[in-house]
Design a protein around this ligand. Sequence first.
Ligand SMILES: [Zn+2]
Length: 50
Amino acid sequence: MPHHQDIADDAETKSNYECLGCGTIVEAESHPGGCPDCDGEFQNRAMSLE
Ligand SMILES: [Zn+2]
């Protein structure tokens, strides 16, 4: 098999995004877009943490 991937690595594909407007943190597989609370912009936190 050319592919070598765990079925259970689902959690590792998610990233934490923090709203620059109100500080709300969401966990999502892709960029969540605008904040539902304040319509602010989300920033991927994983980039600075790792
Ligand atoms: Zn917000």
